[in-house]
Design a protein around this ligand. Structure first.
Ligand code: DGL
Length: 264
């Protein structure tokens, strides 16, 4: 069991921002990364679809031999984390927007949250804000099209710049001093977001916290891999076109990794 891979999935390659933190903290572990690019973007899909898809992916990952699962997608967590937890018996880390850490960082009392339409519309997000920030001004800024544009056009492309102009301006105008990156695609454009905000605004991304949580869960379940640090293997798979994913990984990560086709 200990030598099995940890499965990580996202609608696409946003979760690579999380995978980087996971591999940095757990370099001896093997990872299986699944990009569900056939259905990218998740952000505008109905909740009922995302729930069924999330459960199907998780069940297939168990069959593939995963020892733990990281839902590296805020949208999939919002729609499907509870259903996935009910369906599979694995240690699971599910990403959600970092509203909780933002509460202890804000001085202006105004927190901006950039995320997909589906994440912000979810009951889970309403609960998160209600539980942790009822006394603060939380500004949910939906970013339709942004994850897809980052992935298909590239983080530095003109279409991404146009979308960022529109989505970041309201947060700057409202005086947010903490901005939560509530979608795993957005750390790819963190610098461009920061450039559109006043100096000193904190951007929050949850990759490191997720890596620490995964480390705790593996230790609690006595599931830590025993390989030498830095020896962990990575397999990348997609439900869409491997050629396209190879090119996107290369653009985002500067590495040409082999990518296999896999349908859960
Ligand atoms: N990366 C995903 C997230 O964290 C969503 C992107 C999409 O819309 O597919 O929410």
């Amino acid at each position: 069991m200990k030598s099995r891979p940890i499965a990580v999935f996202d609608s696409g390659l946003g979760g690579l921002t999380v995978l980087r933190a996971l591999r940095g903290r757990l370099p001896q572990e093997d990872f299986f990364y699944f990009a569900d690019t056939r259905f990218l973007p998740y952000g505008d899909k109905p909740e009922i679809f995302l729930k069924a898809r999330g459960v199907a992916i998780a069940e297939a990952l168990v069959k593939r031999g995963a020892k733990a699962l990281v839902i590296a997608c805020n949208t999939a967590t919002a729609a499907a984390a509870e259903a996935i937890r009910a369906a599979v018996d694995l240690p699971i880390v599910a990403l959600e927007p970092g509203v909780k850490p933002a509460v202890s960082l804000t001085r202006s009392g105004v927190i901006g949250v950039l995320a997909t339409t589906r994440t912000l519309a979810s009951e889970r997000f309403q609960r998160l804000v209600g539980n942790h920030a009822p006394h603060l001004q939380v500004i949910p800024q939906a970013c339709p099209g942004l994850a897809e544009a980052i992935e298909t056009e590239g983080p530095d492309s003109p279409p991404v710049a146009v979308l960022l102009d529109a989505f970041v301006a309201p947060l700057a105008a409202a005086g947010a001093d903490v901005v939560v990156l509530g979608c795993t695609h957005y750390p790819w454009v963190a610098e461009a977001i920061a450039a559109r905000l006043p100096a000193g605004v904190t951007l929050l991304d949850t990759g490191e916290a997720v890596a620490r949580q995964l480390e705790r869960l593996l230790a609690a379940g006595n599931l830590q891999g025993g390989g030498a640090a830095g020896q962990g293997k990575l397999v990348v798979a997609t439900s869409g076109s491997p050629q396209q994913v190879i090119a996107t990984v290369d653009r985002l990560w500067g590495q040409k990794l082999p990518v296999e086709h896999w349908e859960p």
